[in-house]
Write a protein that binds this ligand. Structure first.
Ligand code: G3H
Ligand code: 13P
Ligand code: ZN
Length: 330
């Protein structure tokens, strides 16, 4: 049993309290490897932002839990070496069972998500409650989810989204004891969040997707005043990376994300954790394709992973400063 405290990590409680008061959101960036971790830490140190570094079940399978734990320990030391001690949470993203959550808690995670959103309501309550009991006994925070996002949530696929029902949130939070609640208000995972035919065009001819259901969010806030809300599926799918991938041999279809203005609006509400994974994948892929296409003789991974890391850092800094508003709050 390794406590997150030994690794120099923090849980989400204080971070969320400050984010709620300050009307910003904590970035929750997914990572699977060293370059992603370095970019996240460099960006958050430079912008003085607290950060949630999150690991999916897929990332655990890919990178090994012992290595991930030691990367998180190293992340704190790296931040201090870069000159500023930012608060870092190590979070399990979309935990699918009590056993996965327990394993992460026992391996130094300071926060876990138990995603029972695809289960019947009472089963979601029971599973989430079981995780909360174990997590809280070890001082670890828990995120639950109500409502189902469209798209792919890890291995579970959903054709349509089921928005969170505001009439369920008080019962769910009080019976489970979760520290934060992920909701469904129109976001979805991946780079294809909307179909072209569902979008309109602005004056400059840019595609504008249907707005998020802020009416549902407001009703949830009325039901659960000052309670930390989490928004998954919040990549904005920057078109510069979609175009870069296309220009250098890739092919992405209908890649449309959540406009930054919508995320900014969400960040100034009770939404205090915003999950972003796909944008990092797009930025890395775009740059790696570009470098390799322009330098066909290159075979040193540092020559394409290095520029990819630099681009990721730039993108995360922009998000912290201009979208989530977390810059300056570490
Ligand atoms: O919500 C899902 C995250 O983007 C993680 O995706 O399971 O492919 O690592 P992954
Ligand atoms: P995106 O696919 O929009 O980046 O969402 C990531 C996410 O919600 C991770 O849990
Ligand atoms: Zn998610």
């Amino acid at each position: 049993m390794i406590s997150y405290k030994e690794l120099g990590l923090v849980k989400t409680k204080e971070m969320f309290e400050k984010a709620l008061k300050g009307k910003y959101a904590i970035p929750a960036y997914n990572f699977n490897n060293m370059e992603q971790m370095q970019a996240i830490i460099q960006a958050c140190v430079e912008t003085r932002s607290p950060v949630i570094m999150q690991v999916s079940k897929g990332a655990r399978d890919y990178a090994n839990i012992n290595l991930l734990r030691n990367m998180a320990r190293g992340a704190g030391e790296y931040a201090r070496e870069l000159g500023y001690d930012i608060p870092i949470v190590l979070h399990l993203d979309h935990g699918d069972s009590f056993e996965t959550c327990k394993d992460c808690i026992d391996n130094g995670f300071s926060s876990v998500m138990i995603d029972g959103s695809h289960l019947p309501y009472e089963e979601n309550v029971a599973l989430t409650r079981k995780v909360v009991e174990y997590a809280h006994a070890h001082g670890v925070s828990v995120e639950g989810e109500l409502g189902v996002l469209a798209g792919i949530e890890d291995e579970v696929s959903h054709e349509v989204s089921h928005y969170t029902k505001p009439e369920e949130v008080v019962d769910f939070v009080s019976r489970t004891g979760v520290d934060s609640l992920a909701i469904s208000i129109g976001t979805s995972h991946g780079a294809n969040k909307f179909k072209r035919e569902d979008c309109t065009r602005d004056a400059d001819g840019n595609l504008v997707p249907p707005p998020l259901r802020f009416d549902i969010l407001e009703e949830i806030e009325r039901q659960l005043p000052n309670f930390p809300i989490v928004l998954h599926g919040s990549s904005s799918v920057p078109q510069e990376y979609v175009e870069m991938i296309g220009r250098y041999g890739g092919k992405l279809k209908d890649s449309i994300g959540i406009p930054e203005s919508q995320l900014r609006k969400a960040a100034s509400s009770a939404v205090c954790k915003i999950n972003i994974d796909s944008d990092g994948r797009l930025a890395m892929t775009g740059i790696i394709r570009k470098v390799l296409t322009e330098n066909p003789g290159e075979f040193d991974p540092r020559k394409y992973l290095g520029p990819a890391r630099e681009e990721l850092k730039k993108m995360y800094m922009h998000k912290n400063k201009n979208v989530l508003g977390s810059a300056g709050h570490a």
